[in-house]
Design a binder for this molecule. Structure first.
Ligand code: FAD
Ligand code: FES
Length: 271
């Protein structure tokens, strides 16, 4: 999906957890209703350094008669996100979106499992809300991992909806001291592949570990990849990942234009 470029106005940009910000951006009412898992490329209107936009998932979206409101939940990790963190109410940003394919939600099962690593909770939070509206009788379980208590974010909305929320941290400062993939693995026998859909988003290492855990099972799992991007629109191939094609043949797909959501079992991790 190509998306369009909008000039948005920041109505709020607040640090809600250590190095983690919630930004609200007003855009024109013509902004297309995004699917969970879609993202925007954001850059400061008129600023050439850094010139490249940064990809950020749509954390929530609402639309009124006069404007739409996009929420972005982001962690400060480098130059681009540092500049974003310094923006004040009223600042203008260039928003290109909605981009990417979003999660496939037509084939949802009775049990839905979400596995989030760090800021990977952002697209999953919107997905939880969307699936709850469409499939209110599904049982939802969330596994959410972070480095430490001060980096746990984005649980407030899923917590109101999910039947079971399992939080873990690397240092044990909140929830179980464990990796999120290990916590899920211990619980795996509670779910059956026939009636469980799994959705995950998080750092590459987490997704590689999840791929290994699920490799000998029949669970279907969709993941949203957080690859580095340049153009964000499919033009530069800078975000290509190897994907299993057919009969042992692989091909390259662009995370921005063909993803960011893929079936976990199709991804060839180049270790
Ligand atoms: C589809 C998609 C959705 C995303 N959604 C979100 C979101 O909702 N919230 C959020 O906080 N982040 C999200 N990201 C990641 C975000 O785009 C990067 O953190 C951001 O581009 C970093 O820009 P920077 O200029 O601050 O960091 P840079 O100066 O470019 O890099 C600083 C450090 O961060 C690392 N880094 C940069 N980009 C990434 C990346 N994509 N993945 C892992 N490490 C990276 C670099 O290796 C470097 O160590 C998403 C990425 C993608 C592709
Ligand atoms: S970032 Fe350019 S093709 Fe994906």
């Amino acid at each position: 999906m190509a998306g369009k470029i909008y000039i948005g106005e920041i109505s709020k940009n607040e640090e809600i957890q250590e190095d983690c910000f919630l930004m609200k951006v007003k855009v024109a009412a013509s902004f297309e209703n995004p699917l969970p898992g879609q993202f925007v490329m954001i850059r400061i209107a008129g600023l050439n350094d850094p010139f490249l936009s940064r990809p950020i998932s749509i954390y929530s979206f609402s639309c009124g008669e006069n404007f739409c409101l996009i929420e972005l939940l982001y962690r400060v990790v480098g130059k681009g996100t540092q500049i974003m963190a310094g923006l004040i109410e009223g600042s203008q940003v260039e928003i290109h979106g909605p981009l990417g394919n979003g999660f496939e939600i037509s084939d949802v099962r009775e049990n839905i499992v979400f596995i989030a690593g760090g800021i990977g909770i952002a697209p999953l939070s919107l997905l939880v809300e969307n699936l709850h509206r469409r499939f209110p009788s599904s049982l939802m379980t969330l596994y959410s991992g972070a480095q430490r208590a001060s980096s746990v974010v984005g649980l407030d909305r899923p917590q109101k909806i999910c039947h079971d929320v399992n939080v873990c941290t690397d240092d044990g400062s909140m929830g179980e001291k464990n990796l999120v993939t290990q916590v899920f693995q211990k619980d795996m026998k509670k779910f059956s592949p026939a009636n469980t859909s799994i959705y995950a988003c998080g750092p590459r290492e987490m997704l590689i570990s999840l791929a290994k855990i699920l490799s000998k099972s029949k669970f279907s799992c969709q993941v949203s990849l957080e690859e580095r991007m340049a153009c964000g629109t499919g033009a530069c191939a800078g975000c290509a990942v190897a994907i299993k094609y057919e009969q042992g043949i692989s091909c390259y797909k662009r995370v921005c234009a063909d993803g960011p959501v893929f079936n976990l079992a199709d991804i060839i991790w180049e270790y």
